[in-house]
Design a binder for this molecule. Structure first.
Ligand code: GRF
Length: 197
């Protein structure tokens, strides 16, 4: 059935650096009837990212360019060019292991989201699960947030928590949180896009 103009999904790009399990969840959800976004591009700073092959197998156009030897600004301008050329309206960071330049973040303000594996504002940056376990926290989790120039600092739009169990290691906790990430990210992104257009 043809979709009316107001039901046309908005074009989304996903930026990855690695295995792309959140990317896969976003692609699958984007194909469901009524989803407000459609994944039109997967881009990476790592030409060897495993997620690129998964995206290609799913029929999604990909763009890969190594950041090596480029300034942050010059590299981000290359990514920005690929996104603009693809007509992208929203950007989802999914395991994208690059600090973004201020110009890039400003250019996508309000249109770029990230998933972070902690209950923000706790544990910005790396080793989130190890730090949560070491602190004796009763819960770990993940957060979907808007991207601003300061790392992992933008407005949180959705969170999911999981209990930290006796004997948990960073790896076992990460696995349990990842299940929640795959559920939370597509849902939070869809809600955000439905609200903001
Ligand atoms: C996820 O834990 C995500 O929260 C973090 O990096 C990891 C990426 O995993 N930002 P994947 O590439 O989506 O499998």
């Amino acid at each position: 059935m043809a979709k009316s103009a107001e039901n046309t999904p908005v074009p989304l790009a996903i930026l990855i650096s690695g295995r792309g399990s959140n990317m896969t969840a976003l692609i699958e959800a984007g194909r469901a009837e009524g989803c407000p976004y459609e994944v039109v591009l997967v881009a990476s700073n790592n030409p060897d990212a495993a997620g690129l092959a998964i995206a290609r197998d799913a029929g999604i156009p990909t763009f890969a360019h190594s950041h090596k030897g480029l300034s942050r600004e010059d590299f981000d301008a290359i990514i920005d060019g690929a996104l603009r050329k693809a007509g992208v309206r929203y950007v989802a960071l999914a395991g994208y292991m690059r600090i973004l330049s201020e110009a890039f973040v400003t250019g996508w303000a309000g249109h770029m989201l990230n998933i972070h594996p902690s209950l923000l504002p706790r544990y910005k940056g790396l080793d989130t699960h190890g730090r949560a376990i070491a602190a004796g926290d009763p819960e770990g989790g993940c957060s979907v947030h808007l991207v601003t120039p300061t790392l992992d600092d933008g407005e949180v739009i959705a969170q999911a928590a999981v209990p930290i169990l006796p004997g948990d290691t960073p790896e076992t906790l990460a696995q349990r949180v990842l299940v929640e990430e795959h559920r939370l990210y597509p849902e939070a992104l869809a809600t955000y896009i439905r609200t903001h257009g």
